[in-house]
Design a protein around this ligand. Structure first.
Ligand code: AHG
Ligand code: MN
Ligand code: MN
Length: 333
């Protein structure tokens, strides 16, 4: 029975209605989603006060990515890990900020799910008050519940992902989530600390007239990509350009309004800059659930398999026909 969610549907009610359709559910997934919501509200509160709480700026350290770590990167990382460690529903947390996965062990129960995350995406925008966010994906473990998880639980094919989402901390805080049955958005009412359904069943049109990329790298692009972007800028092509420099914000805009985002391979970064596990996989899961597409310029992102935790990938993502046209152009055909 499809429940029509009327206005005022909280995230908790959505979780209850969704899991009610799965009588075999043990409640672990519901608990996982509730803990994600808790961490999201804590990070949102801190982001919104960053300038007041001495949370702007860097920590002076460099992470495994070779990037300067911002104070909010660490706060978000610790907050999500702490929210997921004790309820006994998670067995491992793989984070952009940690060199190795965090395997949950006694005194806490090693639960059913592997959680991967970019705890704070768009860090370069923190100090200028531009939209940033958290990106996450969920796998079911392969090894036996209750035992210590292993790397084989974490290094997975994209098609194994069972849920994905992100939280954008912008003019409002919006949690976008898919468990495979549609993509839904929930907006935080900070006055009562509750997420309410605000974007039910987000769907992408087949094509759009916006492209989103850092054209500052033009000289580092392949000739095929330059030729393709030149067609978008041709008189009468009718495209607009938007680039925030925060993947999660650029993606959210494109999910709501349509658009093609790409961060391609360059001569400087032949593998691209964005990370497969906790940036490309989750957003590819969401975009496919919304009727869009995502490739690395040749292969669907979700058809790729993770072999290294922080492996990078080129990313072309958005409306189905735009991704197909870009991918075709890159193949030189
Ligand atoms: P993160 O802040 O998690 O390191 O991610 C930053 C990424 C992504 O958010 C954005 O699309 C991209 O870096 C911007 O890179 P450029 O500054 O090279 O355009
Ligand atoms: Mn990121
Ligand atoms: Mn990040």
């Amino acid at each position: 029975m499809k429940t029509q969610f009327e206005e005022g549907t909280t995230l908790d009610r959505f979780i209850y209605e969704t899991t009610r359709a799965h009588p075999e559910a043990t409640g672990q997934f519901s608990t996982l989603l509730r803990q994600i919501s808790l961490a999201a509200r804590m990070v949102s509160a801190r982001v919104n006060r960053a300038g007041l709480a001495g949370m702007l700026g860097g920590t002076g350290t460099i992470n495994v990515q070779g990037e300067f770590v911002q104070k909010l990167d660490i706060y978000a990382n610790n907050t999500f890990k702490a929210a997921l460690e004790h309820p006994g529903v998670c067995c491992a947390v793989a984070s952009e900020e940690d060199e190795e996965p965090f395997y949950i062990q006694s005194p806490y129960r090693s639960g059913r799910y592997v959680f991967c995350m970019d705890p704070l995406d768009g860090s370069s925008n923190i100090d200028v008050n531009a939209t940033i966010g958290t990106i996450f994906g969920v796998f079911r473990r392969k090894s036996e519940e209750g035992t210590l998880a292993t790397e084989a639980d974490v290094l997975r094919p994209g098609r194994d992902m069972v849920a994905a989402g992100y939280i954008v901390y912008g003019s409002g805080t919006v949690l976008v989530l898919s468990t495979g049955d549609g993509v839904h958005g929930f907006t935080l009412d900070p006055g009562i600390g509750e997420f309410f359904l605000s974007h039910r069943d987000i769907k992408l049109a087949p094509s759009a007239k916006t492209y989103s990329t850092n054209e500052g790298y033009w000289s580092l692009w392949s000739q095929e990509l330059r030729d393709y972007v030149t067609t978008l800028k041709a008189p009468g092509a009718g495209y607009g350009a938007r680039y925030i420099g925060s993947l999660v914000a650029d993606f959210h805009r494109n999910l709501i309004k349509g658009g093609l985002f790409f961060y391609p391979a360059t001569t400087k970064n032949p593998e691209g800059k964005l990370r497969l596990m906790y940036e490309a996989f989750p957003l590819a899961f969401l975009v496919e659930a919304a009727g869009g597409a995502a490739t690395d310029g040749h292969t669907p992102i979700l058809d790729l398999t993770l072999t290294e935790l922080h492996q990078r990938t080129p990313l072309f993502i958005g409306n189905r026909d735009n991704v197909a046209a870009a991918t075709k152009a890159l193949s030189g055909s």
